[in-house]
Design a protein around this ligand. Sequence first.
Ligand SMILES: [Zn+2]
Length: 492
Amino acid sequence: MCHGKVLDITYHDLAKRKESVLMFMAFKKTPDHLLDAAYHRQKGTINGVSECIIMGIPMALGTGLMKLLHRSRPFKAPLKRPLLFKTKRFQRDVVINCDDDIINKQTLINSVMNRLEFPSFVFFIVSVSTINGYWSNEELLRRFNALHRQFPRQSKLYTIGNSVQGRPLFVLQFGGQGRKFAPKVKLVANMHGNEVTGRELLFDFATYMLTSERSRVKDVLRRTQIHVMPTMNPDGFVSAQRGQCDGVVGRFNANGVDLNRDFPGLDGNWSRRLQPETSSVARWILENKFVLSMNFHCGALVVNYPYDAYYFGEAHPIASSPDHDVFVSLASAYARRHFNMSYSVEFEGGITNGARWYPVNGGMQDFNYLYTDCFELTLELTTCKYPQQDPRRLEWRMNKEALFGFVASAHMGVKGVVIGANGASVDIVVVGKETKNATCDAFGRFWRLLEHGRRYKIYAVSKDGAKRSESVNVHLRNRRNKDAKFIKLVLR
Ligand SMILES: [Zn+2]
C-alpha cells in the first residue's frame, strides 16, 4: 500500500519514455507517435486509464490504477531515441523546379515520392500556393476578372488597348463610387516586361482594398477612385527569363522598343509614331484626370521622382520640377513606410531624383507631369528584376503600408470647381508655382496636389486672359489625408 499524489505530468516527461503507444497518442503529436510506433514495430497493451478511454473499452474496476501499481515491475530505464520527425536521417529537402506556372497537386506529390528512398510511409504537408510560379498573362487576367466578378458593383474591368501581339492592356477600377470629386489614382506595373514583381503586388493591393474590413481602408476606398494596370508590357513578360536579375531580355515590347523612352517629352515631338502600348497609355492618361500615379519597376530599391530628364539645362545635379516639395514629400513617405527602403545605402532616405540617378528622355513619369495634372513617381521594388522565387508574399508585406499611404495621399492639396469655365480652357494658378498650372475638366472640376502645412494663394484665369477669379487664401492642415480642401472659383 502506498500514498501519493501526482502533481504534474508533462508531454515531455512522457515523450522520454517509449513504453505505451496508446498513452502517447493521447497527448500532442498523435500521428508522430503512431508513426514511431509503427516504424519500431512497437506493441501496446491496454491496461491503464488512458488506454481504455482511447480504445473505448469499459474498465473492469475503478480507475485501473491499483492494478497498474500492483503489476509494476522493477524499473528499467527506457531507451532514449528521438522522434522520427526529428531524426536528421529522415529529413530531406526536396527541390522541385516548377517550369509551369501552375503545377498540378498530384504531379507534385508524385514528384516528391520519386525522390524519396523510403516511400512506404511518408507524411508531408505541402502548401501548393507557396511553390507556384508567377502568374502568366492569362492567369493574371483570370484572377483580376474573378476579383471583379466577386465585386461586380464596386469594380469595373476595362481594356485601354492591345499590345503589339494583341494581348489586352486591362485595368481594374474600384472605389470612389458616386463621388463627383473623388481623386483618381492609377498604378501601372510591368512596363518593362522583365520587371515582374509589381504584377501580382497590384493584385494583392486590389484584393486588400476591396476585401478589408478595416475602417481606414473602407474610408479611403469610399473617397478615392483607383485604377490598377498590372501589366503594360505583356509581350515583354512572355519573353522574359525567370531568374534573370539583370539584363534586358523581355524589357522591350515586341517591336524591341523601351516603352519608358517612348513617351513624348518636353521637346513636344508628337509627330513620332508611338508604340501601341505607349499610345494606348498616353491616351488613357490624357483622357482621365488622374491626380496621382505610381509606375512599378524592378532593378533597385528606391522611389524616383521627376524630372527624369534635364529639360531646362539645370546646372544643379537635380532636375527639379515646380512641385519638387510635393514629390520629395510623397517619395519620402513611401520610403519611410516601406519595410526597409529608407535604410538604403545607395540612395539617401531611399529616394532619388530621376535625372540625378540617370537621365531618361521619353519617360512616362515626366509625360504625366508635363502634359497633365497627374503626379507620377517611379517605384523600384526589388533589386532583382525577375527573381527565381516569386517574392509576392514578402513584397506585399513590405509594401502594404507604403502603398496604402501613397494612394491615400491623393487627398493632399486642393480640389474644387471653377464657375463660368469653358471646359479645359482655364488655368488654376498657385502663386509661387506659376510655371505649373492645373487645368479643369469639362465640368470645371480641378485637383491640385500641394504640400501640407503651408499657406497658398490660388486663383483661376482663362487661357486667353479675359476672365479671372478672385484669389483664395488657403492654409492646408490635412496631415491625415482627409478630403482635400474644397475651393470654388468664379470667373468674371
Ligand atoms: Zn524598369
